[in-house]
Design a binder for this molecule. Structure first.
Ligand SMILES: [Zn+2]
Ligand SMILES: [Zn+2]
Length: 116
């Protein structure tokens, strides 16, 4: 069985490939980000789907990310959450220690980041 690069479990519920940049497959991932995501997964009790993890400079520009985006540092992830559940999800995320949890109701995701 052939495995793709970055395709391996890093915690019980997350695989490194979920965090890689979709354009170049490079990845930076702060260990604190994934350990907090794992904790959040346990509290939330449902699968957490990563929409966007690490972004290289050009991909961040392409998706309209802010210039100092924590996605470029491996300190942020966008997680798919349906609009009606975003309020509750955000509360749990803040209680888990994420420094920012920003809801994007229409786009169906929550941006999570850790402090530097
Ligand atoms: Zn890239
Ligand atoms: Zn984001």
């Amino acid at each position: 069985m052939t495995k793709r690069i970055n395709d391996f479990q890093i915690t019980e519920h997350f695989n490194l490939i979920e965090f890689q940049c979709p354009c170049c497959h490079r990845v930076l991932l702060n260990p604190l980000l994934v350990s907090k995501l794992e904790l959040l997964r346990l509290k939330w009790g449902k699968p957490i789907i990563i929409n966007s993890g690490f972004r290289c400079v050009s991909h961040n520009r392409e998706v309209g990310g802010v210039i100092d985006s924590k996605h470029k540092l491996g300190q942020a992830a966008d997680v798919r959450v349906i609009s009606s559940e975003q309020g509750g999800f955000r509360e749990i995320a803040v209680a888990t220690g994420f420094s920012k949890a920003i809801t994007y109701r229409k786009r169906g995701f929550v941006h999570l980041e850790i402090g530097a």
